[in-house]
Write a protein that binds this ligand. Structure first.
Ligand SMILES: [Zn+2]
Length: 415
């Protein structure tokens, strides 16, 4: 069946231009025509949707989500103790729906615990349930790490304590296990975290360089890549030197690291939504004092350093770290933060969530609405290149199309 979307203004993610009076034809999920409305004459068998001059964006992408984790409002310990670990599957389902409704048709899950995320991805791909396209990461924390957060029951639930990931052999073995489990890529950490335990220092990096190199080599050999959580600069540099493709957070990125990431042509995923948690008084009071202190410092530095990085030409892709900063599916707020905190124009913010994000995760079939790519698009009532904040209004998202099919219309899923 040929589906035609006609009479719209296209956001050309490559050039950043808005192009009026466009049409797009989708067949078997992919775009077979994209251009002037006059350039394609529908047949009587075609299904034609006249979009009445509205704006069409490529489906948006959020590259840093923990899809199985709900927002706990700072009550992490209570949540972990009172939640069955299998409940993550149902949280993930509900979150998947919400991203699709918000116009985010591709989500990268960077670790939700357990081995179920590849099954969720497959269930969505097979059309068993609705959801965004998923790229899912197998988690490989730093062995002996300082990020062990919470009681032993939680730690046993989130990872198999028999896993040995030391030395190049151990690391390569683990990468192959992740491949066998069906993960698309590897997520590691090369520094401590903000919300993690008291001993979790953002300046400390535990992997040895040969271990990180073995991880990247083995992942690349098996058709995967590595993303690294890294706040402090030692960990950022260690990750970049080893060939890690996406630096997550990158809060204390130095000028030297900026040079390195530019040389490699790799990507920064800044996650400015995450510190919203620390800023909210009702959540702030629930957090340990050392977490608040660390969070305030890292947030201040990230805004300062990411502005410089963007000025230097570092490629920045959108990611939120949801649900750290708040409920899932508020990824459109990150578009605004790209403008207010990183210094992008609204057009550049949209590019960070489309063409740049697609390149970062090696999906050259997404991110741009052109012939040969997948027909994932969002119909927007208004012009987000003039006012990026409109994307946060659910009423503005008129229609979401995935693989050529309308999956959300006026906020209703599954039409
Ligand atoms: Zn995260």
């Amino acid at each position: 069946m040929v589906i035609v979307y006609t009479n719209f203004t296209l956001f050309d993610a490559k050039s950043g231009n808005m192009v009026e009076n466009q049409s797009l034809v989708a067949e078997k999920g992919s775009i077979t025509y994209a251009g002037d409305t006059g350039g394609y004459t529908p047949t009587t068998e075609d299904v034609v949707h006249d979009l009445g001059g509205k704006t069409v964006l490529p489906g948006l992408m959020d590259l840093h989500v923990h899809i199985g984790s709900p927002f706990t409002g700072g009550h992490d310990e209570r949540h972990y103790l009172r939640t069955k670990s299998d409940q993550r599957h149902y949280y993930a389902l509900s979150h998947a729906y919400s991203y699709l409704k918000a116009g985010f048709t591709t989500i990268r899950d960077v670790g939700s615990g357990g081995k179920w995320a590849p099954a969720l991805r497959r269930s969505i791909d097979q059309g068993i349930i609705s959801g965004p396209r998923l790229q899912v990461a197998g988690w490989m924390g730093q062995w002996g790490d300082q990020e062990r957060m919470g009681p032993d029951e939680l730690l046993r639930g989130s990872r198999d304590s028999s896993e040995v990931m030391t030395g190049t052999e151990g690391v390569m073995h683990m990468v192959r296990d992740k491949k066998a489990d069906g993960f698309d890529m590897i997520k590691t950490a090369t520094t401590g975290g903000v919300l993690h335990g008291m001993e979790s220092k953002v300046e400390r990096s535990l992997w040895r360089s040969e271990e990180l190199e073995a991880m990247v080599d083995e992942a690349e050999r098996l058709g995967m890549y590595v993303a690294a959580h890294a706040h402090g600069d030692a960990g950022i540099q260690a990750a970049l030197r080893a060939g890690v493709r996406t630096i997550e957070h990158g809060s204390l990125m130095s000028e030297e690291s900026m040079k390195l990431i530019l040389e490699k042509g790799h990507y920064l995923v800044p996650t400015h939504s995450a510190p919203n948690l620390i800023k909210r008084p009702e959540v702030r009071k629930n957090l340990p004092p050392e977490v608040v202190e660390k969070g305030d410092y890292v947030t201040k530095m990230a805004i300062q350093q990411h502005r410089i990085a963007f000025e230097r030409g570092v490629k920045i892709a959108l990611g939120t770290d949801a649900p750290v900063g708040g409920q899932h599916c508020h990824s459109a707020e990150e578009l605004e933060l790209m403008v207010t905190q990183v210094g992008m124009t609204p057009t550049q913010a949209l590019q960070s969530a489309t063409v740049v994000a697609a390149e970062a995760i090696r999906r050259d079939d997404l991110g741009v609405l052109e012939v040969g790519r997948l027909a994932d698009l969002v119909v927007v009532n208004g012009d987000p290149t003039q006012d990026i904040t409109i994307m946060q209004d659910p009423a503005v998202i008129e229609m979401v199309v995935k693989g050529g099919q309308i999956v959300v219309k006026n906020g209703v899923l599954g039409v």
